[in-house]
Design a protein around this ligand. Structure first.
Ligand code: CTP
Length: 207
């Protein structure tokens, strides 16, 4: 199979030296990419800026912003059999990024932000029946309700949900998989490589 994986954070430019981003390390997405290669799949890894070395054998596409990531995903999605979107894409970006370094002024600074494209939702809208779409949900409360809402709203086949405190930035994780039939598959706390292995096992066994 050709598997497209997104990973890591995105960076949204304020000026040449500043950006808005988040705490994603890319560890979960890279573990999924490593596992997909080990299973013999053809893997495209579209990654925001992280401190990790791309797994050997992937087609590596480095990107910076949500807009860059969207462009890369739309380019590679049509040939993908399975898409696993683990990136922590910024939901907002500065509406007016500037090319010269902003100088400080007296008083407060107000930054206007505008929405970025919801890449997962647009892929979900254009998804073919032969494509399997897997999203992620990192929540701080009401994990199951938010995850199921995202699964339906974004037209996903599967969603991998976890509490932010459990996985974000950590070497281990603890997740629950939900599918379109409302079935629920908890994966207990373990290293991200083992979590990635079990994600593939569950999806392959049940899809
Ligand atoms: N995602 C995406 N593009 C975005 C935002 C999110 O593709 N601009 C994807 C992520 O890769 C992840 C899923 O959507 O697979 C969940 O993202 P999240 O931000 O948690 O979901 P939202 O629908 O934005 O919900 P909210 O911000 O209200 O929690």
């Amino acid at each position: 199979m050709h598997i497209l994986i997104t990973a890591g954070p995105t960076r949204e430019k304020i000026d040449p030296v500043r950006f808005i981003s988040n705490r994603s390390t890319g560890k979960m997405g890279y573990a999924i990419a490593r596992q997909a290669v080990a299973l013999g799949h053809n893997v495209t890894l579209i990654s925001g800026p992280v401190a990790l070395t791309p797994p050997e054998g992937v087609n590596f596409v480095p990107v910076e912003s949500a807009a860059d990531m969207a462009q890369a995903v739309h380019l590679h999605a049509p040939s993908a059999d399975m898409l696993i979107m683990s990136a922590a894409v910024a939901d907002y970006r500065p509406a007016h990024p500037v090319d010269s370094k902003m100088k400080k002024q007296p008083g407060a600074l107000f930054l206007e932000l505008e929405r970025t494209e919801d890449i997962l939702a647009s892929v979900g809208k254009n998804k073919r029946a032969d494509q399997l779409l897997v999203g992620f949900a990192a929540e701080t409360e009401e994990l199951e309700a938010h995850a199921l809402d995202k699964l339906k709203r974004k037209n996903l086949d599967w969603i991998v949900a976890n509490y932010v405190a459990d996985g974000f930035g950590n070497d281990t994780n603890q997740v629950i998989l939900f599918n379109r039939n409302g079935e629920k598959f908890p994966i207990p706390r373990s290293g991200k490589d083992l979590i990635a292995k079990q994600i593939f096992e569950i999806i392959t066994a049940v899809s």
